[in-house]
Ligand binder design. Sequence first.
Ligand code: 8QM
Length: 405
Amino acid sequence: MSETQTQVRDDIDAPRLDIDPFSDDFLNMPYPYHEQMREAGPVVWLEPYQLWGVARHEPVKVGLNDWQSFISSAGVGLANFRTEKPFRPPSLILEADPPLHTRSRTVLSRILSPKMMQTVKAEFEIQANKLVDRLVEQGEIDAIKDLAKVFPLRVFPDALGLAEEGRETLLLYGDMVFNAFGPRNHVFLDSVKRYEPVREWIMDHCQRSELRPGGFGDLVYQAADAGEIPPEDAPLLVRSFLSAGVDTTVNGIGNAMYCLAMFPDQYAKLAAAPALARQTFEESLRLESAVQTFFRTVNKPLEFYGVPMRENDKVIFFLAAANRDGRQWPNPEVFDIERKPVGHMAFGSGIHGCVGQTVARLEGELILSALAKRVKRIEITGEPVRRLNNTLRALESLPLRLIPH
Ligand code: 8QM
């Protein structure tokens, strides 16, 4: 009898679960499935895709911090780049291991440093205040279409140095990139269809000529000028900004608005103390994590929490499940803006921990603070509508009424 990769495995020393993390049902309401996986054990085997699942806080953190055992260069989605062709040229930071990863990361982390955030903060703040002023005037808003999509799509491409023309393409691209970490299901195929007509826009806008001198994009090219990275890496590193910089914060801010709408007592607390904006955003990242999952590939035969794994096995880490693990957080499903959820996994952990978290936090803080200063109460005026994505927890619509102070 011949051994093949697709054959059902008979060497699984962990609970086998018949859960599909990319079914419509799971994507709509993942939390009961997260609970089932956490309760089953530190490591489970997910039958539908023949891969390992990790949903408790501790093993998610331990696994993500062991980049030698759980590598990224074979892809951080379901596909194994050692045996399947990547759907796009691999990212030089996300889908790379040291030493390539280190070289890319050094450049991006300097461009996104806390010091750089001080220089963009004033402009981000002006834009946040301007937008919220306008929305308070409007009164009845859709927190997704009018706020969560608008603010990041204004400030981040400005900071990158992109022109105004065609910016909405970034949302179509982001949606497709995050779907592509999952299987080729209808959710992925639909997003590819929407993105298809604008497919050249992204790489075109990674060229130096498209990027204002002094913006984040141009700074990547300056790093190439200085010999820090090879010149041919520059467009692909700019592509990382375009891939990861907008859809993440759009959904992070959208999910924060959702939490505040669902927990009016917490909004009241924020409105009374706008200085809580930054930790409010942090708590919303824990409870409704924009990026729900990431994969790694097992690099050598090993044991993880007593479970033997084979080289080339895929592992899915449920960041959002770790963030609701009762072993780590008291009352994990309660949104409590005074909690200070240090150690949440929404930005990942270890050498691949979000390099843009400084920008994400800045955007989240500024928009929630602008809102808290002007709006006394928010009321849900219609059913929130979900947008399914294989990686992101996303809303399509969140109708709200803003009641000013
Ligand atoms: C996710 O292309 C990239 O480098 C990239 C794409 C997506 C992400 C990160 C990097 C985690 C936000």
